[in-house]
Design a protein around this ligand. Structure first.
Ligand SMILES: Cc1cc2nc3c(=O)[nH]c(=O)nc-3n(C[C@H](O)[C@H](O)[C@H](O)COP(=O)(O)OP(=O)(O)OC[C@H]3O[C@@H](n4cnc5c(N)ncnc54)[C@H](O)[C@@H]3O)c2cc1C
Length: 313
């Protein structure tokens, strides 16, 4: 039996362990902190799940992940829909959705969401949230985890293959990987009505700007994409009050039924590659899995299976 070590129990390490276990490998996961730590990128109650991307290749990757979530546990996804809002129709994912045969509508009014005048709204049903904390635990069912165990060097790891899913710490374990680490701020708002769809504002440059999604506890979670400062992951920090203020102002404008007074705020780190693509590659007995750039969580089952295929080849 192939023995594979996985370094890092964020969602990518958990998904890789699940897929390796599925593939018949003997798996050990090492995590430097305790399993429920809030130091990396995968903690919290929810993340946006969506198929909508302006590039058909990402849509197909998301569809692969969608099948994986259903294989793992369909109840980990709560599909309240997704709304893309953009000043120009060409900035939305409509063309790519057409190419992939995915249904969507172009509403002018959406319950609970204010569409800015003159903007285009694209609404997709196959979207919503993935229950983040529950997902990590589901992946690890039946798998041995050595928590509070920091791997200092991959040479010390006794295994046939070593998977490095170390998030923002990846550069400490593998050379020649070009990533930038930022500490992002999110805020939570009380929303007592029915769950709202996930919403992303697309900026004039085509990238995501502000986003919001259902939070199982408070009702709404919102954030500003790629707004945080460069950061050392070993130095925890508080949410940025200026970003919380910016998020609250956006929530007041977009969600007329939501109390714009934040009830909680948190931080989380992005590990971003120059093109926001993922690094999934084998280098000798090491498999590098760096899948973040602020949009990786939804892809975890597919990333896990690709990492497992590399580790077991
Ligand atoms: C604010 C925010 C909002 C986001 N929103 C979304 C969203 O809506 N939808 C979406 O799809 N994605 C979203 N993402 C992105 C997604 O959360 C990440 O892509 C994903 O969590 C990355 O997981 P990871 O396992 O690579 O990293 P991490 O979760 O950081 O896991 C890496 C783990 O490795 C451990 N580790 C590191 N070095 C060592 C070592 N030497 N020894 C042992 N353990 C080690 C760390 O302690 C850590 O637990 C968001 C991210 C943030 C920060």
């Amino acid at each position: 039996m192939t023995h594979v070590a996985v370094v890092g129990a964020g969602v990518m390490g958990c998904a890789a362990a699940w897929a390796l276990h599925e593939g018949g490998a003997d798996v050990t996961v090492y995590e430097q902190f305790d399993l429920d730590n809030t130091r990396g990128s995968s903690h919290g109650r929810s993340r946006i799940f969506r198929l909508a991307y302006p590039d058909p290749a990402w849509i197909r990757f998301a569809q692969e992940a969608y099948a994986g979530w259903n294989d793992l546990d369909p109840t980990l996804l709560e599909l309240y829909g997704l709304v893309e809002l953009a000043p120009e129709p060409s900035l939305t994912s409509a063309r790519a959705l057409d190419e992939c045969g995915i249904a969507y509508t172009l509403p002018t009014e959406i319950e609970g969401v204010a569409v800015p005048s003159g903007w285009t709204a694209v609404q997709v049903g196959d979207a919503g949230i993935v229950l983040a904390d529950r997902a990590r635990r589901a992946f690890l069912d039946g798998i041995e985890v050595e928590a509070n165990t920091r791997v200092e060097s991959l040479d010390d790891v006794d295994a046939d293959a070593v998977v490095v899913t170390a998030g923002a710490w990846v550069g400490r374990l593998v050379d020649d990987i070009d990533v930038r680490v930022t500490r992002e701020t999110v805020a939570y708002f009380r929303s007592d009505g029915p769950p709202l769809p996930s919403v992303v504002d697309i900026g004039a440059g085509g990238g995501h700007d502000m986003y919001a999604l259902h939070d199982p506890l408070h009702g709404l979670k919102a954030g500003a994409h790629h707004a945080g400062p460069e950061s050392d992951p070993d130095e925890p920090a508080e949410p940025d009050p200026a970003i919380v203020e910016r998020i609250a102002a956006w929530v007041a404008a977009r969600f007329p039924g939501v109390d714009p007074d934040p009830v909680e705020a948190d931080t989380c780190v992005y590990t971003t590659t120059p093109d926001h693509d993922f690094v999934l590659e084998r280098r000798g007995r090491v498999v590098v899995g760096s899948a973040c750039s602020g949009h990786g969580f939804k892809f975890a089952p597919a990333v896990g299976r690709r990492i497992a295929a590399l580790a077991l080849q």
